[in-house]
Design a protein around this ligand. Structure first.
Ligand SMILES: Cc1ncc(COP(=O)(O)O)c(C=O)c1O
Length: 385
């Protein structure tokens, strides 16, 4: 019997050790990890630079509280804000907490209450972020929801126009909807969202929790599209596996998050911050990011080649190392089969298989994943008699 609430449908894989792109379980089976802890371990498992930074901090202090001045918090904030081309950072512990804080900041800064998000979006599991999430299954049984949230259709600017008025505090969106099926926002759509926000004095919040920290080949995915959001949220890959989230905002928002307005006991704790500084030191390097783009393009092109003309596959899409393979049917049978082949992959909705390899993945590992996918998809399409 388990004493855990059964909130997760767990796999029959119990890790013994994880290093680089691989997880080895207690039975000694090795898996190529194309989940990266759901977009968290962007530098692979146990990256040495991050491990050293954590160990150094463990020898200094673990926790003192946010009443103290902490040089490394300042340093992390500067690196993060500079990478996002912004000016101020609040550190939280998770993605949902970062989004929650972003929603609070937007309401306070604009004096308005309405928030528009998008159908199929995912923003977290707290009350505000659950209300912001455009998927009914996430909300089931937890009502009533927080008021004033409405949902436009992703990549359909007219549906946003229908909802947007001068009482809207913010429009919040993912540049690539991750949990909702790896849907990439188009250039025209994203630019038009920004223009409409300006016209209605609504803030633009980019939820970069899954797409940020180099995942798509830029520090943040909005930077592919020449956008200038008011608020960006980050988490997941920021701490390479240590819990940390962040709200990043423009200069004019600083007065609205003054002393006593918002806070968190653990937010920006020294260990996670040390991990974040070390992580960003690697990921925000231009050459590193270029390699992510090159490897992403290679993976996407190889998948397109592999599945060209396959009646089971509807589309392969994504950006950088965030890839979705949309099937014509449920992907549920494929995931356990892939694990049998020693490959870990993720679902994104019912029909999409999502690949989030570590950004440090090698071409050889990409080929290993393609070979595993080929075998499993072929076997299920044409079972041996
Ligand atoms: C886009 C996005 N926003 C928010 C979250 C919530 O983050 P967390 O699970 O750290 O609260 C996630 C998690 O999957 C996410 O992908």
């Amino acid at each position: 019997m388990s004493y855990l609430f059964q909130t997760y449908a767990r796999w029959d894989v119990e890790p013994e050790i994880a290093e680089g792109s691989y997880v080895t379980d207690k039975k000694g089976k090795q898996y190529l990890d194309f989940t990266s802890g759901i977009g968290v371990c962007n530098l692979g498992h146990q990256p040495k630079v991050v491990k050293d930074a954590i160990e150094n901090q463990l020898d200094q202090f673990w926790h003192v509280s946010n009443l103290f001045t902490m040089e490394k918090q300042e340093q992390a904030a500067k690196i993060l804000a500079t990478a996002a081309e912004m000016d101020a950072v609040f550190f939280a512990n998770s993605g949902a907490e970062a989004n929650e804080a972003a929603i609070k900041l937007a309401r306070k800064a604009t004096g308005k209450t309405k928030i528009i998000t998008f159908k199929q979006s995912f923003h977290g599991r707290t009350f505000a972020t659950m209300a912001a999430t455009g998927q009914e299954k996430i909300k089931h049984g937890f009502g009533p929801m927080l008021e004033k949230f409405t949902y436009a259709t992703f990549n359909d600017i007219d549906s946003l126009k229908d909802l947007l008025d001068d009482e809207v505090a913010a429009v919040m969106l993912e540049v690539i909807q991750g949990e909702g099926g790896v849907h990439v926002g188009t250039q025209d759509f994203l630019k038009a969202v920004e223009t409409l926000c300006h016209e209605h004095q609504a803030l633009l919040i980019m939820d970069e929790i899954q797409t940020g920290i180099g995942r798509t080949g830029k520090p943040f995915a909005f930077q592919h599209f020449g956008l200038s959001p008011d608020i960006v949220t980050s988490a997941k890959g920021l701490g390479s596996g240590l819990p940390i989230g962040a709200v990043i905002g423009k200069e004019n928002l600083k007065p609205f998050f003054g002393p006593g307005s918002h806070g968190s006991t653990f937010g920006g704790n020294p260990i996670s911050v040390a991990a974040a500084i070390a992580t960003m030191g690697i990921v925000f390097d231009e050459v590193f990011l270029q390699e992510v783009e090159i490897k992403g393009e290679y993976l996407l092109s190889q998948l397109n080649k592999l599945f060209h003309g396959n009646r089971l596959i509807k589309e392969v899409r994504g950006k950088g190392l965030m890839i979705g393979i949309e099937f014509e049917q449920s992907i549920q049978p494929f995931l356990p089969e892939l694990r049998e082949e020693g490959i870990l992959a993720l679902p994104a909705g019912e029909n999409v298989l999502r690949l989030l390899p570590p950004l440090t993945v090698s071409i050889h590992e990409i080929e290993q994943c393609i070979a595993g996918l080929k075998k499993v998809v072929n076997e299920i399409t044409e079972p041996a008699i």
